[in-house]
Design a binder for this molecule. Structure first.
Ligand SMILES: *Cc1c(COP(=O)(O)O)cnc(C)c1O
Length: 425
């Protein structure tokens, strides 16, 4: 038996208090789209373990890649050494992403990939004679991770880091776009960011944003047209563009990368989450020749090197995950999930407790009128045999791409029942 009492007394879970911890559910196994609890009951997973487990759990192809690599080496340092999984994965990443992105830096988590991206932008300007360009501009309601530089570009109010105001670097926040995915971007969406760029560009190293899909801060899909305009503004004002595709990368939004909705190329791109199909912790930061040349000029070196950089086991899983994306025909998988959300989840719109339903690719979001009590909601969903973890007013699904229609129907139905029952009753 998993010692839940010990867990409660000694182990910190994400964003919780040790004083009044929220209940946790003991999982002993996971298979396909199901989490299997200690008592033998099964939950259909609507979260893909925070956007990552796109091919489901205990996947034979990923298992084989991991065990084969394990037989060769689980880990070796990356300083002064290289290995096939790192080289082959970089070949894949360079080939899949926009052609200008040519250089790959591996790290071990999304937040670190964001730190690396920010460091690249700062070092680029330092080494090219514009050392005043040190600040970042971002859009409100963003989420970029929990380490310090990443926190400094999360939404200053809703970004879970408000208490660190005064400690974090003070960056510049533009109003978030209100234009929805399907609509063109309006003057009003651009007015604030344009004026901030105009006034601050001499101090700005980069604009950092989540392309098209604002994830953990808002679960909102904005118009690709806005991204096109921001790319043009960055060029006009000589500010770099960092695209954080940690949540959106590898097909989640219906394109392999969300930047493709706008057909733009960032100067720096962050990848993580689904990179290894949810098997291992791995992230990558890609940049263009222009950035790497600027950093490397006059014997410049990029100052970063994590212990577990390019972990071979993680790289081997990532390679297998990319292979699976192709052989499983991810476009078809994601399109089918989107169609089923449109047919079933969209029904939540008629419920009095719901203000909005948003669907894009394999992401389905129901925005409630009032904040949801997470512990109560979770108990409700577990009772229905599904794993859904709402936050704030948002109840959302981003299931593994391999989910079968009957299982997805059960997830949609559980949310529909939840909205009918009212958020907090
Ligand atoms: C999850 C996430 C991060 C942070 O990644 P971790 O692996 O949790 O450190 C950064 N940016 C975005 C957009 C994310 O969704």
């Amino acid at each position: 038996m998993i010692d839940l009492d010990f867990d409660k007394q000694h182990i910190w879970h994400p964003y919780t208090s040790m004083d009044s911890p929220l209940p946790v559910y003991p999982v002993t196994r996971a298979e396909g789209v199901r989490l299997i609890l200690e008592d033998g009951s099964e939950l259909i997973d609507g979260m893909a373990s925070w956007w990552s487990a796109i091919h489901g759990y205990n996947n034979p192809v990923l298992n084989q890649a991991a065990s084969e690599q394990l037989g060769n080496m689980a880990h070796i340092m990356f300083g002064g050494i290289t290995h096939a999984p790192a080289v082959e994965l970089a070949q894949q990443l360079v080939a899949m992403t926009p052609p200008a992105l040519q250089k790959v830096f591996y790290s071990d988590s999304g937040s670190v990939a964001v730190e690396v991206a920010i460091k690249m932008a700062l070092q680029y300007w330092m080494n090219t004679g514009k050392a005043s360009k040190k600040k970042l501009l971002t859009i409100r309601n963003g989420y970029h991770g929990d380490t310090f530089a990443a926190m400094s570009v999360c939404d200053p109010v809703t970004g879970m880091h408000e208490i660190f105001a005064g400690v974090l670097q003070e960056n510049i926040f533009a109003d978030a776009p209100q234009c929805r995915f399907e609509d063109p971007c309006q003057e009003s969406d651009l007015a604030n960011i344009t004026s901030l760029l105009e006034h601050h560009h001499q101090d700005l190293a980069a604009v950092i944003l989540e392309p098209v899909v604002q994830g953990a801060g808002r679960m909102f899909f904005y118009s690709p047209d806005y991204l096109v305009k921001v790319r043009a503004l960055c060029d006009e004002y000589e500010v770099l563009l960092i695209a954080d595709e940690i949540a959106t990368g590898f097909g989640r939004s219906g394109k392999l990368f969300a930047c493709e909705h706008a057909d733009i190329c960032p100067d720096i791109l962050c990848l993580g989450k689904a990179l290894t199909g949810g098997y291992m912790t791995l992230a990558a930061t890609l940049c263009t020749e222009k950035i790497s040349e600027g950093i490397s000029r006059n014997q410049g070196v990029f100052m970063h090197g994590p212990t577990f950089m390019a972990n071979p086991l993680a790289c081997a899983c990532a390679l297998a995950s990319i292979k699976l994306l192709k052989s499983n025909n991810w476009q078809k998988q994601v399109a089918r999930i989107e169609a089923q959300f449109l047919a079933e989840l969209a029904e939540c719109r008629i419920s009095d407790s719901v203000t909005d339903v948003r669907i894009l690719g394999a992401i389905g979001v129901v925005e409630m009128k009032e904040a949801v009590d997470m512990a109560q909601a979770q108990a409700f969903f577990v009772e229905k045999g599904v794993w859904i973890r709402p936050f704030g007013k948002l109840v959302y699904l981003m299931p593994p791409y391999i989910i079968e229609p009957e299982d997805l129907a059960q997830l949609n139905q559980a949310i529909l029942e939840f909205t009918r029952r009212g958020a907090n009753s």
